[in-house]
Design a protein around this ligand. Structure first.
Ligand code: ADP
Ligand code: ZN
Length: 747
């Protein structure tokens, strides 16, 4: 601050001290890191955590008050006023607000955007935070004295309202509106002194908390895990529940949740994707009934607001939600559970790039409540934390029931060529399981008909002209489509260069589906991928068909790996395991192992033994050894040793600064400057790059990145803090789109 500004600020402060005015710091959803100060002359001032209307430039925004600025900390002489106070009580309580402020610092993201992530859309747009009150209307004495016949001649609509109220002492406003009357009409009659409005009691009372019913007897493994969790007490403690698929993890969560509910506390259960696991929500609802609130992206804005209100009022005892539910209000916190904690969907991929799994741990610590991270395939980070005893490791190594673990075999594609994605041993196995009346799941992480349209004469595959990627053949629609930018056009078989007839190379889920229909005309074939489930409700329909047994073979992508529980599935085929074996990312192996173990887990539940067949060109790859032994822990230990040798997370920490633009030059000019500036800081953190992204051009934009890496987090964050203000002032930064990703999942 310059001296004259300081003088002005001091003068200004003496002014506000003598008036009722106060200064508030507000998180406004604009691209500034810190909150902005505003003057508020109303008393009482808006509460910390409450919403206010303010302007930035000429534009009005709804922001959230971060703090009442103490005397001496006012930074400008002239402050704009708070235009409107929207809340008398906070919509974000103090602990959550503290966590959001921490997030803004840790993820180097503007506080206004971070705070917005914690609020349902309708609250961001200014809707009242309290649930709508129900109103009823009655006639006043003056209203009852009206000459109805006379009124009917002048104003028949008004007369009808009076008439309706003459018959009944109270009529709910919703009932009057249903008869075509408007709120404005009612208010007008009230102004004349004829009507009176009063509040109706709120909706049906919420039933008292209960811990659930119909609990099965615990297996010895479950009982042991629960005893350990019980012994740990109600305060903060993080546990990793590593249980093979079907070992009863969900039952353990439900027991813990039930116990917290009985004590009047709330439990938050984070799940990767609710639409893929309708069975889970159904199970929870059956056990906990109306205490359950669900929060996910497919809700309407109004449904979201209602779920949020139920959390905030404490009516919701159990909140089940996806990523952003980690910010749900929890006035009576008791427990957090993160199911499938390894799942990549817990990390937000753009904008405010937070990890809901990591924040859940932070929040549990802050609220001093236990957290359980559960998975059949824990992330290496969590596994490492457990091995270092930062997390308590609880194991459920056996399945419930007598099915036992499935038998895993690897088919050598070098010896058994695959036609349309299916090798002969795979076809034989399918034949056998179909004959036994059992269901089959085939996993192939590639949708569409074929991943390439190839000309044998020119040895060229058709590429997307906006991406460094091949176009995928979608033969059912006679189209070529790019899976990276969505571009598409009609498929022409003739090569544009030499005119030769081109061929569709490789197999996607559509092609495998067609091949199966030809091979097994009597079998019912289903498909589970983004193309087959794009219509609302179609996903649920496919899952219901499998559950009902009206699909014999289900071919699908990653979607198959989620926690479906289909007891009649006895064969799982992994049609192409090789995509992930030699991936460029340091997490490729981890992802592949997780996916294969998860899809394998669909085989043989209840009391039917399962079989898993994996097709690969590299049957000797060590990864398959662990998979055959069903030993994820041994895999994790080995993979961690490799990470340690290569100094990858969790043995170091990463921040990626990414940039993209339609031209290549500005991207590298910008990142070169960042890398130079970073190196000039002589930080303990290493600076790598700039390097092109794994797919350099995507959607017509060139993409590259600088990687910052350090064994300790501190120097990494100091480095970013030192760079950030400078970066904003560079002209280079205005020619690119750039972002900071802390703890990136992909490089
Ligand atoms: P996970 O979450 O580890 O995949 P679940 O909790 O879904 O496992 O359990 C798998 C199946 O076993 C479910 O059908 C569940 O109802 C059943 N189950 C779980 N625990 C028990 C138990 N103690 N006794 C009987 N059945 C159980
Ligand atoms: Zn493309």
């Amino acid at each position: 601050m310059t001296a004259s500004l300081e003088n002005q600020a001091a003068e200004f402060q003496s002014q506000i001290m003598t008036s009722d005015a106060s200064v508030v710091c507000v998180a406004v959803p604009v691209r500034v890191d810190a909150g902005l100060q505003y003057l508020c002359d109303r008393s009482p001032p808006p509460p910390v955590g409450g919403r206010v209307v303010v302007t930035v430039g000429r534009k009005q925004h709804i922001g959230v008050v971060l703090e009442h600025v103490p005397e001496g900390a006012v930074t400008a002489a002239k402050l704009k006023p708070v235009l409107e106070i929207l809340d008398e009580t906070p919509v974000i309580d103090a602990p959550l607000l503290a966590m959001l402020s921490w997030c803004a610092t840790y993820y180097h993201h503007p506080i206004g955007d971070v705070v917005v992530a914690a609020l349902p859309a309708l609250l961001r747009r200014g809707r009242p935070a309290q649930p709508d009150l129900e109103y009823a209307w009655t006639l006043t004495a003056a209203g009852r004295a009206i000459d109805l016949t006379a009124l009917a001649r002048r104003a028949s609509r008004q007369a009808r309202i009076i008439e309706a109220l003459t018959d009944e002492p109270h009529v709910a406003e919703t009932a009057l509106r249903a008869r075509g009357h408007t709120r404005a009409e009612l208010v007008k009659l009230a102004e004349r002194g004829w009507l009176e409005r009063h509040e109706l009691a709120p909706g049906p009372p919420v039933p008292p908390r209960h811990g659930g019913s119909n609990e099965p007897t615990l297996s010895p493994d479950q009982a042991e895990a629960l005893a350990a969790l019980d012994a740990a007490g109600p305060g903060f403690g993080a546990s990793l529940l590593h249980g093979v698929t079907g070992s009863g993890k969900t039952e353990v969560y439900m027991r813990l949740i039930g116990e917290r509910l009985r004590r009047g506390r709330q439990a938050l259960l984070l799940v990767p994707e609710i639409s893929l696991t309708p069975q889970l929500v159904a199970r929870l609802r059956e056990r906990f009934g109306r205490q359950l609130a669900v929060m996910h992206s497919a809700l309407t804005d109004a449904e979201r607001l209602r779920a949020w209100q139920a959390c905030r009022s404490g009516d919701a005892g159990l909140i089940v939600g996806t990523r952003s539910a980690v910010f749900a209000p929890l006035p009576h916190p008791g427990l957090i559970v993160v199911d499938e904690e390894h799942d990549a969907s817990f990390k937000q991929g753009d904008g405010f790039r937070y990890s809901a799994r990591d924040l859940a741990v932070y929040r549990a610590q802050q609220l001093d409540i236990p957290i359980v991270l559960g998975s059949a395939t824990p992330s290496l980070e969590s596994y490492y934390n457990a091995s270092r005893r930062r997390y308590r490791l609880l194991q459920l190594p056996r399945r419930i029931g007598s099915a036992g673990t499935p038998r895993v075999r690897v088919i050598d594609l070098g010896r058994h060529a695959a036609h349309d994605g299916l090798s002969t041993p795979m076809v034989e196995a399918i034949t056998g399981h179909l004959a036994a009346g059992q269901q089959i799941m085939l996993f192939l992480n590639r949708r569409g008909f074929a991943p390439a349209l190839f000309c044998m004469e020119c040895c060229r595959a058709e590429e997307c002209n906006r991406c460094d990627a091949r176009m995928t053949v979608h033969a059912t629609r006679g189209k070529l489509r790019c899976h990276h930018c969505g571009a598409g056009h009609a498929l022409a078989w003739g090569c544009p260069h030499c005119g030769a007839e081109r061929i569709a190379v490789g197999a996607g889920t559509q092609r495998v589906g067609e091949a199966l229909r030809a091979l097994f005309p009597a079998a019912r074939i289903g498909r589970l991928d983004r193309d087959a489930t794009s219509r609302r409700g179609s996903l649920e329909a496919v899952l219901a068909d499998v559950a009902a047994g009206s699909i014999d073979v289900l071919v699908g992508t990653q979607m198959l790996a989620k926690g479906h529980d289909f007891p009649n599935v006895t064969l799982v085929g992994v049609l192409n395991a090789d995509q992930g074996l030699f991936g460029t990312d340091f997490r490729s192996n981890e992802r592949l192992a997780q996916t294969i173990v998860q899809v394998s887990g669909r085989a043989g539940r209840a009391d039917r033994p399962g079989e898993v067949l994996i097709q690969s060109h590299y049957p000797g790859h060590p990864l398959f050894g662990y998979l055959k032994e069903q030993d994820y822990s041994a895999f994790a230990a080995e993979a961690l040793a490799e990470r340690e040798a290569a100094r990858w997370p969790p043995f170091s920490h990463l921040v990626v600064i990414r940039a993209e633009a339609t031209e290549r030059q500005p991207v590298f000019a910008f990142l070169d400057r960042i890398a130079d500036a970073a190196r000039a800081q002589r930080s303990e953190a290493a600076v790598h790059g700039p390097a092109p992204a794994a797919m350099e051009r995507r959607g017509g934009r060139h993409r590259a990145q600088v990687l910052l890496q350090s064994p300790r987090r501190g120097p990494l964050h100091s480095l970013v803090d030192a760079l950030k203000p400078d970066i904003r002032s560079w002209p280079e930064s205005r020619r690119v789109r750039w972002s900071i990703d802390v703890d990136p999942l992909e490089l």
